[in-house]
Design a protein around this ligand. Sequence first.
Ligand SMILES: *Cc1c(COP(=O)(O)O)cnc(C)c1O
Length: 392
Amino acid sequence: MTVPQIYMDYNATTPLNDAVKAAMIEDFAVYGNASSMHAAGREAHGRVEAARRAVADLIGGAPGEVVFTSGGSESNNTVFQTMRILASGPDGRALSAGRREFIISAIEHPCVLNSAAFLQSLGFTVTTLPVDPFGKIALEDLRSALSDRTLLVSVMMANNEIGTIQDIPAIARLSKEAGAWIHTDAVQAAGKIPLAARDLGVDYLTLSAHKLYGPKGIGALWVRSGAPLKPLIHGGHQEDGLRAGTYNNIGILGFGHAAALACSQTQAYGKTIGALRDRLRRGFEEHIPNIKINGHPQDVLPNTLNVSFPGAEGEAILLSLDLAGIAVSTGSACASGSLDPSHVLLALGVEPELAHGSIRFSLGWGLTEEHVNYVIATLPPIIARLRAMSAV
Ligand SMILES: *Cc1c(COP(=O)(O)O)cnc(C)c1O
């Protein structure tokens, strides 16, 4: 029997959508430098600007507020480095005098955690907000952490490991009242739940194409018009001087196609993928005794299911599923390779040993009920076998 290939690791990355891929293959003919004035350049420029509009439409923003980057990590780094410059440069005196404190949540993506840690190593202060057992920060904690020293609040919209969705409008309101800049990493939220950047009340919002069926190595930062941004990469005047370097035509156009598709499918995604995820959860609950679901029961991405299996080891579960043709993850792709339990699960208060026995199932387009049924049938004997082994 050939092993079916069932990919349930969409929060790590998504396959390139077939229609996006087909459009990109045609886009490879667009070789002009989008900054050139001749016809080839104008052709590339027009297409880049159409892609910018599609990305802006996905989040209800204006095209002029979208800066293309190499991905979510660069977008997040750019926000933190902008703050560093505001705090120290000449316009820092006008924009953020005396403000040298950052507030983040304990469950941010490593590119936010480590951007903050780097600034801490330079003498800035970082306050890390705890989360409750469902992964939500408490607005009271944010309120007491905010002061006239706060430069930036950065709280992700939806978590990549457990799917918990934060109350970003309330977080933004409190942050603005304190005079701080507010950023949200919406990489996991975009295309999965409705997203209106301006209504959220944030100044900066991060996107990445490869989490929404687009190509890798391309992302964007939405910068509310009026919010400051400083380039990480200096050079030519691309992106209004905010991000130098010849336009990545193929990546940008691919992002545009993926964004347009995601925009038209967000509602269907919630219904279709949400139903598959719920089916998977019910199947596990019915067929595997003593499991624990991690994440918020309601405010959660429709595609994410994080489960702890007491008495079984995460890596062993992952490898057994892999042998059966099922791809899942323990924690985040960026943290795997380290033997430390997930910082997200630890922040929820999950015991380290239980965190080690946790698996993230993240679903997406292309999966069917049959795939889900196969996983429901495959996992229970694996867990039973591993538990029996660890009991010996
Ligand atoms: C994947 C991811 C990133 C990083 O995006 P890249 O484009 O891979 O750099 C940032 N934040 C979250 C929440 C992510 O899931």
